[in-house]
Design a protein around this ligand. Structure first.
Ligand SMILES: *Cc1c(COP(=O)(O)O)cnc(C)c1O
Length: 497
């Protein structure tokens, strides 16, 4: 498989190079030049397989060019750490809806599915490319991504992972998750400032060529683990196939029957993986794109205009979807306009200059052939958690609940009763305070810290606090470094061995 950039019609690169680079040199994103196709017989053959075997099959095709035996070993190692042997189990709810639980990894959110594998894909790619320097993965985090990256890269040979978080901008549980991080190659640094300060500082480090040379002299090369990297997207294609295979295996659907997927969306990475699955032959009906009150995507899917200028940014109960610029949309637009890199460049330039772009009627029509958008505010989201728990005895987190509510609205509006997979992106205990309030009412969480909220939630619902959260107050603090926002480069150099 070769990869091309969304912004120039330049030469293609192999999978290893696309993964190591992350972003293309022209600022575009790498997309596969051609996609493999799985037939219905191929999909049927996934039924008896374990998740890791399914991943070997799908990723083997998607990342063709990487050495297959080592890819298989990387996959086995990545998913061995999940707390459910099925890795991504399906839980049946009512009316032909199935929750696809993607939160059984070490940090209890779906980002583990990709970030447990990406570090291994990187080291594999480094060997392929003869790269002997150590890869330093840098991230600024508002909470979840940083922890998932640290956990994925911890003690992976040939890599090092450094995360900057805003000292005053993360929850107590999120802070503890990071400062107790194990691994001799992990570094966690608090920044005196907010998330934007941390993010701006990290971007500055990436752009500082002189700093890059200093690192290179020490045998280090910088890299990124966010979802612009195709190596993060590819592992997410697998669970769409896996969910379909499970539905076949349980007799819920016949071979070839179309299934809808409803996805709580922020950066458009997860749902784009569903679109790739469809392109690779999976019988997908609609991809329902669910947003919270930051509903730039649902407006875009309705009007074809992407508009962030003058749009307020809301902090919501589903913080991992509080995003206004969904970077991965660029990959989809590139495909829908017939791979016209010049048009994509124009739209992205317009976004950078004016905070908006308009894709026009033709691209909008192509988009709406598969995608449909919707959004839910916080009140609707909390109400949905209570409704589903009362009806099905199933406890969902705030992000999943946004999607559940949007799905209910979509079905009521359209009568589309196809079997639907509700992509469930986090454990309810990761957002225990809001979920407790949804189940027990607003007063229930008053005066409780995040851990007490989780314990109260467990008592109220007869479920268990997952071990990665229960153990947090007992773990030793390993990272105490704090830096000023103008001092991040020096802080990083001090942290490195
Ligand atoms: C990151 C995240 C999302 C959004 O996923 P995208 O790929 O950015 O669209 C949704 N839910 C949770 C819990 C997340 O951590």
């Amino acid at each position: 498989m070769r990869f091309i950039s969304t912004r120039t019609d330049g030469a293609s690169v192999g999978a290893a190079e696309a993964i190591l680079r992350g972003l293309a040199p022209d600022g575009g994103l790498y997309v596969p030049e051609g996609l493999p196709r799985l037939t219905l017989a191929d999909i049927d053959a996934l039924r008896p397989m374990t998740y890791a075997q399914r991943a070997r099959r799908v990723l083997g095709a998607l990342l063709e060019g990487l050495p297959q035996r080592e890819l298989g070993e990387a996959i086995d190692a990545a998913y061995a750490s999940f707390d459910d042997p099925r890795v991504a189990p399906l839980a049946p709810l009512s009316d032909g809806v199935y929750a696809l639980e993607l939160f059984h990894g070490p940090t209890l959110a779906f980002k583990d599915v990709a970030l447990q594998l990406l570090p291994r894909l990187m080291t594999l790619s480094m060997r392929e490319r003869g790269e002997t320097r150590e890869a330093l993965i840098l991230a600024a985090t508002s909470g979840d991504t940083g922890k998932a990256a640290l956990e994925g890269f911890a003690d992976v040979p040939g890599t090092r992972c450094a995360v900057f978080y805003p000292r005053a901008g993360v929850s107590e549980a999120q802070r503890l998750q990071m400062v107790t991080q194990r691994g001799g190659n992990t570094h966690v640094i608090a920044v005196e400032g907010n998330f934007d300060d941390a993010q701006t500082g990290v971007k500055r480090i990436f752009a500082d060529a002189e700093f890059g040379r200093r690192l290179s002299q020490r045998g280090i090369v910088l890299s990124s683990a966010n979802s612009i990297n195709f190596g993060r997207l590819a592992p997410q294609v697998v669970y769409y196939f896996s969910a379909y295979a499970d539905l076949l295996e349980s007799g819920a659907i016949r071979a070839g029957e179309e299934v809808n997927f409803c996805v709580p969306t922020g950066n458009f990475g997860n749902i784009l993986a569903g679109w790739y699955a469809r392109r690779c032959g999976l019988p997908v009906g609609r991809l329902i794109c669910a947003s919270n009150r930051n509903n730039v995507l649902s407006d875009f899917l309705a009007l074809g205009r992407y508009e962030v200028a003058d749009r307020p940014f809301y902090r919501t109960a589903s913080p991992s979807m509080d995003i206004l610029i969904s970077s991965n949309l660029e990959r989809l637009l590139f495909e829908l306009c017939g791979r016209d890199a010049a048009r994509v460049r124009g739209w992205m330039a317009s976004l950078a200059a004016d905070g908006r772009y308009d894709v026009g009627a033709q691209a909008l029509e192509a988009l709406r052939a598969t995608f449909v958008g919707g959004f839910a505010d916080d009140a609707q989201t909390l109400q949905e958690i209570g409704r589903v728990f009362a009806r099905d005895g199933y406890l969902m987190d705030t992000h999943t609940a946004v999607a559940s509510r949007v799905l209910a609205d979509y079905r009521a509006r359209t009568g589309d009763a196809r079997k639907t997979v509700l992509v469930s992106t986090a454990s309810p205990y990761k957002f225990g305070r809001a979920v407790l309030e949804a189940i027990e009412g607003g007063q229930a969480a008053q005066g409780l810290d995040d851990f007490a909220c989780c314990e109260a939630l467990a008592r109220a619902t007869g479920t268990r606090v997952p071990e990665p959260i229960a153990q947090l107050p007992r773990l030793p603090v390993r990272h105490t470094q704090v830096c000023h926002r103008d001092d991040m480069e020096e802080a990083l150099l001090r942290a490195l061995p």
